[in-house]
Ligand binder design. Sequence first.
Ligand SMILES: *[C@@H]1O[C@H](CO)[C@@H](O)[C@H](O)[C@H]1NC(C)=O
Ligand SMILES: *[C@@H]1O[C@H](CO)[C@@H](O)[C@H](O)[C@H]1NC(C)=O
Ligand SMILES: *[C@@H]1O[C@H](CO)[C@@H](O)[C@H](O)[C@H]1NC(C)=O
Length: 571
Amino acid sequence: MADPERVGPAPAAYRARCSAHSLSLTSQKVPAVEWTLVLGLLLTISYIKRLEKLNDQLSIHLTFKLPEIVWPVEVNYTYCEQFVQKPTTEEAIEERHLLDSIAWPDPPVKDLPVEFSSNPAMSYFVIQGPPEQHIGDQLVVNVHVHNFLDLPKKHGGDFLIARLHSPKLGAGVAGQVHDHDDGTYTVLFPLLWAGEVQVEITMVHPSEAVAVLKRLQEEHPDRIFYKSLFRSGSLSETTFCNLCLPFSQKPLCNFTDPVSGEPWYCYKPEKLGCDTRINHAVGGYTKNLISEYEAHFFKRGINIKVPIPASAMGKVTVLPAKKAIVENSYNAAGYYFNYTWRPLSGAAIQQFTSSSAITHCLRGKIVYMLGDSTVRQWFEYLTAVLPDLKQLNLYTPKRVGPFMAVDSTNNILVSYRCHGPPIRFTTVLSSELHYVANEIDRIQGGPNTVVLVSVWSHFSSFPFENYIRRLRHIRKAVVRLLNRDPETLVVIRTANLQKLGRESSMFNSDWSYLQIDTVLRAMFKGLNVKMLDAWEMTLAHHLPHDLHPPQPIIKNMVDVILSYICPAGKI
Ligand SMILES: *[C@@H]1O[C@H](CO)[C@@H](O)[C@H](O)[C@H]1NC(C)=O
Ligand SMILES: *[C@@H]1O[C@H](CO)[C@@H](O)[C@H](O)[C@H]1NC(C)=O
Ligand SMILES: *[C@@H]1O[C@H](CO)[C@@H](O)[C@H](O)[C@H]1NC(C)=O
């Protein structure tokens, strides 16, 4: 919980107080009517009522004065479409295609008693084939999902993840899950090493929980809210901000990026001008988003990330290969063996065990790290393991940056900068709110330039159109960069799995991240960029999932990147 940007439960006092008053901090759902004057008026009235209630509820918990604040109101994002650049026809077709590709089935009947929801403990898996199989074969596992009455489910939509592993060998690989939409699933694993291998199938969310998450995505896109401090002389005001805000209520400050057109708005402070904005920060997380009924689908130890047991044998023995192996025929990005990641395609991985080997590889390089805290982890890793890579004091906030480190003897420059809003960092100075696309446009590029991009985690709570739009801008900038100099190395980091509880599921579910991950991969496919498969690297690893993967995984990731920078045989 040390990292302020991490989603966690609200402080106990805050929660206790809210539930004592049984007040939902979220506003009412905006009815699906056209955004007309009438609705504007209704909203204003309901907003005033809400504000009156909130005034005494919240004044203790917020560090800034309330009367100046307009509480964020649920926004129907159809409305927001007017405030963002219209996609071209081609972009709109791609967007439709991407959204179709992540469509998730709803349970055919809603609001059934909780006992009818998927129960991992009563579900089971069956390994197909003999107890001894061979390297190069594919292991097939069937999963049968049951409900709390131990009856087989008749529809799909449960979110399952799968891993095959050999703990003693430090080996693991992700499995591919296929939903047959009848309560059964098939999981495929490549068999890549000899020895005893164990199957691990986990239900991340039952289908009933995914339906709730889909509802939140549509109805509460602004369930995470943001704030900015405006200051001039002795006067200071704080207002709420978001990708889009209802405009009929109060004047807004329009911080839409003039270059990319990425939208960002804050309520205008009462006394101060929009140009007095000092900083940006996460404002908070809406509480009580789900009903008591829905909460049954998010029970730690019951139906959030719970393993599905084997019906009989949960393991097989893998014997050496019978036939020649065609490596790139596998549907996995790579696997761990002896705790080391081995990609199944692309550059052969090398181990950069000593600081001198890393320095040798990075000599003469300029490395730009752009994005969220998961790319910052690589900056922290490099500055920790390279004694000669000295981090300069730029007097920027810890964990926020921007950061810069140099090894002047070896002409190495490594920098980190966070992406533009929405970003859930504690406090970022307004002057440091830079969009990744614009940053990439400032990079000359060349054989000595490495650009590492990680933009995923802060988009999990918005309708996915917003993520697609952001990636579109980044992709255009990457294309321009590669056009300036095709020898530039660009590595895009994918999303990863994280630790889940009920609260974090509301804002940062692995389900949202799976959607984001699918979109990201599709949008950068066919470009001359490298993907760093953080999803599989966290899924296949034995350490617990974490939004910020633990150090052994970071080391493996940095080894993958260094292997891209310094391909074997070219050093
Ligand atoms: C948003 O508004 C549009 C048009 O007014 C409507 O069709 C849609 O159902 C609304 N969405 C939600 C989630 O209220
Ligand atoms: C905000 O500014 C952008 C251009 O910078 C413009 O396209 C957009 O319409 C503006 N939004 C509003 C609500 O006026
Ligand atoms: C595993 O890695 C360690 C070093 O990390 C090495 O000493 C050992 O020989 C490796 N074992 C195998 C089986 O490759």
